[in-house]
Design a binder for this molecule. Structure first.
Ligand SMILES: NC(=O)C1=CN([C@@H]2O[C@H](COP(=O)(O)OP(=O)(O)OC[C@H]3O[C@@H](n4cnc5c(N)ncnc54)[C@H](O)[C@@H]3O)[C@@H](O)[C@H]2O)C=CC1
Ligand SMILES: O=C(CO)COP(=O)(O)O
Length: 341
């Protein structure tokens, strides 16, 4: 099969992951344009080839240029990658829409579910960009891929998924590099549900580590968390196999166990007795699981999908319940069969 890679790429969001992907894409021979909100970030990248605020140890290739002006960095790219947090995706896409010509391939790498609408990120982009970009041009990239490791060429495997096979293939071809292996997966809803729900479970895993509740409990969160992810995902039409894949169990394991995980960090500090507001106000990076817990908790109630760990994390984050009390409640629910989808 011939390659369908795109060679001029704009990345919206020069945070940890946007910056890491700029390294991968530039290494693959692309011209990469990053858009940053912060002028010091653009200055640092253009002048010193370093992002001063995120993954600041990493030297960026010369072919990465950073802009703070949206129009300037959208001069006819073949692909536009959205690497902003989920809760700002809609607003950012609305700002960018006028600069699109309609030929661009759009890729979201954000992992979250919008509050109130319960839309995945590709669904938010489809809705906002309607009239300018057809759904067939929209897709996602997801999987176990911490920015700190991606940007230093540690072996990483992810999946590309989109609303058309052609776009899925273009995403794969464009990102594929020797240390960044991209698989195709045509189940976009399954891929996005996995990427969002695993962040809730990583908060739970972090609480377990912070409160020293043990390895058995961590294994339980990963395994039962996978079950919750599957229940919600399959209710929405996702394929069971996707949850056994990179964007399901793969990302769940890495986020629940990695020292790099922001969501696990939030949980860890809650487990140590700190308050959510105090933890997040001192972070310069997003922990998507916090807002996604609210979305998934409310959505699961509406859909009548049982998600006990998600409910427990919701109680801890938003109802200020004591994690130990919530854990006791979780452990003393009615006895059940293991596999109930
Ligand atoms: N960091 C990682 O290892 C990975 C992150 N992701 C996902 O990528 C997305 C971005 O994550 P990170 O890069 O880690 O976040 P980050 O917190 O490191 O960076 C976020 C970026 O978005 C920008 N931003 C924040 N609010 C904004 C607003 N209102 N308008 C415009 N830009 C705004 C920030 O200036 C920054 O450039 C998240 O959904 C995350 O789950 C996915 C895979 C790996
Ligand atoms: O999605 C990620 C790794 O695949 C990043 O997870 P954190 O946001 O918890 O760091």
């Amino acid at each position: 099969m011939s390659s369908s890679k795109v060679e001029k790429i704009t990345i919206i969001g020069a945070g940890s992951f946007g910056t890491a992907l700029s390294v991968v894409l530039a290494r693959a021979g692309n011209k990469v344009q990053l858009w940053a909100r912060e002028s010091e970030v653009a200055y640092g990248i253009n002048k010193h080839h370093r992002n001063p605020s995120y993954i600041s140890d990493v030297t960026l290739p010369d072919s990465v240029t950073c802009y703070t002006n949206l129009e300037q960095c959208l001069d006819d790219p073949g692909m536009v990658v959205f690497a902003t947090p989920s809760h700002v995706m809609r607003g950012v896409a609305e700002r960018i829409k006028p600069f699109f010509n309609g030929n661009e391939i759009i890729v979201s790498v954000a992992k979250g579910i919008e509050n109130k609408t319960f839309l995945t990120m590709s669904q938010v982009l489809t809705e906002v960009l309607r009239g300018k970009i057809i759904e067939d041009h929209i897709g996602v990239l997801s999987g176990p891929s911490h920015a700190e490791e991606v940007s230093t060429f540690k072996p990483t495997t992810v999946v590309a998924s989109a609303y058309s096979k052609r776009t899925t293939r273009i995403i794969q071809d464009t990102f594929l590099t020797p240390m960044f292996r991209v698989y195709l997966n045509y189940d976009i809803i399954g891929v996005e549900i996995g990427g969002a729900v695993k962040n809730i479970m990583a908060i739970a895993a972090g609480i377990i580590d912070g409160a020293k509740l043990g390895d058995n409990a961590k294994a339980a969160v990963i395994t039962r968390g996978l079950h919750e992810m599957k229940r919600l995902g399959m209710k929405l039409g996702g394929s069971q196999d996707t949850f056994s894949g990179l964007s399901g169990i793969g990302d769940l394991v890495v986020t629940c166990t990695s020292e790099h995980s922001r969501n696990r960090f939030v949980g860890y500090n809650i487990g140590k007795g700190k308050k959510l507001e105090d933890i997040t106000s001192q972070m310069n990076m997003v922990a998507e699981g916090v807002k996604t817990t609210r979305s998934v908790f409310e959505w699961s109630k509406q859909l009548k999908v049982e998600m006990p760990i998600t409910s427990a994390i919701y109680q801890v984050l938003f109802e200020r319940e004591d994690p130990e009390d919530v854990l006791y409640e979780l452990m003393t629910r009615n006895p059940k069969e293991e596999i109930v989808i």
